[in-house]
Design a protein around this ligand. Structure first.
Ligand code: FAD
Length: 374
């Protein structure tokens, strides 16, 4: 029997795939209900959701077509896709749909049960603060997130991403749920926050952010959570496999973990269900997503080092040509194709390139070696 710690998307998707192959599998979820409490904004690309092969229609709350990026002083640009390119989902509904699919395939779910031992093959899908990852000596870096659901009039089609020292090392976001409701939050890196603020408090910072942007503060609910930063540490230890947030299979640029973590869980479930080795899982998911996750991490590292004045300078440098290049060559789930096309843009604009060359020091060596533009 295969045992899975954690009844979030990763644990449930792994269980569904294992059960589909006819193997006994039990998911242990420490909470009394699947999908609660929610610690998520629920923004996922349609293609990312489709890749999970879940009947997610009932969990869709809103459809998104574009993203508005805003500098610390309020300069803006838009990246446009088509309406419904990304979806806002109800995580409780979504997680329960996967749980239903897993149990109809024959998986068992034990609620209110915490799993802490690893006697036989154990899958640790125990989330960002994974006990099993820490037990095996993994000490990750995190983004800490705070979010409210806010009552305010919004453009339902547009998500907003705001950079500035109110969100040190990450950004603030607005994700509309409907015309009168938005998930408004921010993330910060404690190490960056301690360098730029004496006593950083995310709730105070989010209130400050809302005030300077002229957004009302009418919270309907609030939540917080951790976003683990991908770090290339191992995901397999003898009979134990980490998956999802527990393995930091998260896009560090945005904090999104549902699509890639979920696909890694499906890879793991299929391999385990067919009696394959956990080492095979490690090599298959790295082959499929390793490069992408490294590029997202490099993007995160880049913007996390920028101060407010530097964001302003970079926003000034953004023009229609680069925006169209990004729209054409980047997807929410895949940005690694951007490297070569951005370099070709830079080579066509030598004066701009010289002005921005000082930012090369913020580009991670890992990504420069990947794209060979050092
Ligand atoms: C504020 C915030 C906003 C986010 N927004 C987005 C977003 O818009 N889009 C996106 O793609 N991602 C987002 N994420 C990330 C996303 O929520 C995670 O990547 C995703 O939930 C990971 O799924 P998981 O199954 O690995 O872990 P989780 O969903 O965290 O599930 C882990 C489960 O394990 C249980 N558990 C823990 N330890 C044990 C144990 N020992 N035994 C039994 N059960 C245990 C927990 O109770 C939990 O139910 C956000 C995260 C945060 C914090």
């Amino acid at each position: 029997m295969i045992r899975i710690a954690g009844g979030g998307p990763a644990g449930l998707l792994a269980a569904r795939e294992i059960a589909r192959k006819g193997m006994d599998v039990t998911v242990y979820e420490e909470h009394g209900e699947i999908g609660k409490p929610v610690q998520c904004t629920g923004l996922v690309s349609r293609s990312g959701l489709d890749a999970l092969d879940v009947d997610y229609a009932d969990s869709v709350l809103n459809e998104i077509g574009q993203a508005r990026f805003v500098s610390p002083s309020g300069k803006e640009f838009y990246l446009r896709k088509r309406k419904g390119y990304a979806l806002v989902i109800d995580r409780t509904e979504f997680d329960n749909e996967i749980a239903n699919e897993a149990t109809s395939e024959g998986a068992s779910i034990e609620l209110g049960r915490r799993l802490l031992d690893e006697e036989s093959i154990t899958i640790a899908a125990d989330g960002a603060a994974s006990y099993f990852a820490r037990k095996h000596g993994i000490n990750r870096n995190y983004v800490v997130a705070y979010q409210i659901e806010n009552r305010m009039k919004v453009d339902v089609d547009t998500v907003e991403i705001h950079f500035g020292s109110f969100a040190p090392g990450f950004f603030a976001w607005l994700v509309p749920v409907d015309e009168n409701r938005v998930r408004m939050g921010l993330g910060y890196r404690p190490d960056v926050a301690s360098r730029v603020h004496d006593a950083y408090n995310p709730k105070t910072a989010l209130r400050f952010f809302a005030k300077i942007r002229g957004y009302p503060w009418v919270p309907i609910s609030e939540q917080g959570g951790l976003i683990p930063l991908f770090d290339n540490s191992p995901s397999v230890f003898d009979n134990l496999a980490l998956v999802g947030d527990a393995a930091a299979q998260v896009k560090a640029s945005t904090g999104g973990g549902i699509a890639i973590g979920g696909q890694c869980a499906m890879i793991l479930g299929k391999i385990v269900g067919e009696g394959g080795s956990l080492d095979e899982y490690e090599s298959v998911w790295r082959e499929k997503f390793g490069r992408e996750l490294r590029v997202h991490l490099a993007v995160h590292k880049f913007y996390s080092k920028l101060g407010d004045a530097e964001f302003e300078e970079l926003f000034d440098a953004v023009d229609d040509e680069i925006l169209r290049i990004i729209e054409k060559n980047a997807e929410m789930e895949s940005i690694s194709g951007l490297g070569p096309v951005v370099m070709s843009y830079v080579s066509k604009h030598p004066i701009k390139a010289m002005r921005l060359a000082k930012y090369l020091k913020y580009v991670d060596g890992d990504v420069t070696s990947m794209f060979k533009f050092k």
